[in-house]
Design a protein around this ligand. Structure first.
Ligand code: NAD
Length: 501
């Protein structure tokens, strides 16, 4: 772990002032400004407007007009696809600028932020391909007098609400698919990391997205998000964030029965058998636990190790973790960056302290790191964690790894499933039957086998249980943003209902 030196890149840096995008115009809105202090550098790096409920209402009205009267929903799939492809090119062209914003506002390492931008551009291209392929069904088997056509119709106005941990990547898992379907949108990024989403607004205007189709309102959840989830002119809410706010979002949307898509928290088990390639697993465990400083819905924060290998594997994970570089997010060699806010750092510390009091032992780390600027947490391994402890069941959202043990396959499955979350899981074994048994029985949206946290635009992602509702990515992602409409067509003379036959 290296000491923090204020990076040269920030010497001449001036905090960037952003405005919101409503109906094709950049606006300050009526509210005050939100100042973002960089978590890794302790200095103000961005200012966004603190949007108000009135700003959200103006954005919803603009999106409604753009959907009801505008050209976007009636364009051909090819026309929308070409605009999305242009957006992908512009994202790639401005990737360094976008990655820099995500890095300084969220505290994630710059090398990782650049990787996320590459992944995001690929998702926009994938959504562009799906825009041309969106189609329904036809039934020519209903008798001579009937032809049935099932249409996929854009759902309408969509509110998109995103969290701070993957600012650009997560908006890219939603917005291009909504646009591909012909929807219009109001986007609210997290009030902690709004910069890259606002730059995306510039990109979309340049790519040719008409005014009102994408509106971006910055501000807090209670002020802006609550209007976006209750307003009667919104047809669907696509939300990624905590399970608590997801629950509230669903209740809000229920007042007007909006369609809801939720990507929420996780507490993802990695089940490891003695016959696994343990070198590969140790590397994946270190990656899965410390990637994005553990502030990741997919974090591999819950190891379920066979008891015969638990002590040795834990020692090896701790040894490799000591070589992981925690430090300045702007340093290209940094692997683990800062924690999002001082309050969140305190919350992580409380989980560790409570687990220690409840009998867990700290095998590595256990405390905050003072690197001179910003807030950082030492990668922390807790051994001897019992399944009922809070640290084994709840999302810590920090670099804290809990180690549990099992003796039989059934016990491993029971421990894995004994919590409220079901986002992802992994199994490590060279035995095909073992992998498939775990793959089938663990209740999670993704189960990795002998790998961890790999992904592709083609593969659906989402959660079982309280990890969410619906799936993003994959070839059905555009369909989520549609309604199904049946056209039941009569052919030829209709047989009268009341004339005796
Ligand atoms: P959060 O729930 O606090 O906030 C998410 C978004 O909701 C923010 O934009 C916030 O302003 C908004 N919001 C807050 N209150 C609201 C309200 N009353 N009405 C409407 N919107 C409101 O989550 P966070 O702290 O930003 O992000 C971390 C959480 O996100 C973690 O739980 C993590 O697991 C989850 N997450 C899930 C996935 C996934 O794909 N499953 C991906 C990333 C993050």
């Amino acid at each position: 772990m290296t000491a923090h030196v204020r990076p040269k890149a920030l010497d001449d840096f001036k905090a960037r002032d952003f405005r919101m995008l409503i109906d094709g115009a950049w606006t300050q809105g009526a509210g005050s400004a939100i100042e973002r202090v960089a978590p890794g550098h302790g200095t103000v790096v961005s200012r966004y407007p603190a949007g108000t409920g009135a700003d959200a209402e103006r954005a919803i009205a603009a999106a409604r007009r753009a959907f009801d009267d505008g050209p976007w929903p009636t364009m051909t799939g090819a026309e929308r696809s070409n605009i999305l492809l242009k957006a992908a090119d512009l994202i790639a062209a401005r990737a360094d600028e976008l990655a820099f914003l995500d890095c300084i506002e969220s505290g994630k390492p710059i090398s990782q932020a650049k990787g996320e931008l590459g992944g995001a551009a690929d998702i926009w291209r994938y959504a562009a391909a799906l825009a041309r392929d969106l189609h329904g069904e036809s039934y020519n088997t209903l008798g001579q007098g009937t032809l049935g056509v099932v249409l996929r119709d854009a759902v309408g106005v969509v509110s998109i609400i995103t969290p701070w941990n993957f600012p650009f990547l997560i908006v890219s898992q939603k917005l291009p698919f909504a646009l591909a379907a012909g929807c219009t949108t109001i986007v609210k990024p997290s009030e902690l990391t709004s910069g890259s989403t606002l730059v995306l607004g510039e990109i979309l205007i340049e790519a040719g997205v008409p005014a009102g189709v994408v509106n971006i309102v910055t501000g807090t959840g209670p002020e802006v998000g609550s209007v976006m989830t209750t307003h009667p002119h919104v047809d669907m809410v696509s939300f990624t964030g905590s399970t608590g706010v997801g629950r509230l979002t669903m209740a809000n949307a229920a007042q007007t029965l909006k369609k809801v898509s939720l990507e929420l928290g996780g507490k993802n088990p990695q089940i490891v058998f003695p016959d696994a390639d343990l070198d590969a697993f140790v590397d994946a465990a270190v990656f899965g636990a410390w990637f994005n400083a553990g502030e990741c819905c997919n974090a591999g924060s819950r190891l379920i190790l066979h008891k015969d290998i638990a002590a040795d594997v834990t020692t090896r994970i701790a040894e490799l973790s000591r070589q992981v570089k925690v430090g300045d997010p702007l340093d290209p060699t940094t692997q683990v960056g800062a924690i999002i806010t001082p309050q969140h750092l305190d919350r992580i510390g409380t989980y560790v302290d409570d687990a220690a009091k409840a009998g867990a032992s700290i095998s590595l780390g256990g405390a905050a790191l003072d690197l001179g600027l910003g807030q950082f947490m030492a990668p922390t391994i807790l051994s001897g964690v019992a399944p009922e402890m809070a640290v084994a069941r709840e999302e810590v959202f920090g670099p804290v790894l809990s180690v549990l043990t099992f003796e039989t396959t059934n016990e491993a499955i029971r421990i894995a499933n004994a919590i409220d979350y079901g986002l992802s899981a992994s199994v490590w074994s060279r035995d095909f039957d073992t992998c498939l048994t775990i793959g089938r029985k663990v209740r999670a949206g993704t189960v990795w086998m002998n790998t961890f946290m790999d992904g592709a635009s083609e593969l659906p992602f989402g959660g079982y249980k309280q990890s969410g509702l619906g799936r993003e990515l994959g070839r059905h992602a555009v369909e989520d943003y549609t309604e199904t409409k049946t056209l039941n067509m009569h052919v030829g003379a209709r047989t009268s209902w009341w004339v005796p036959r």
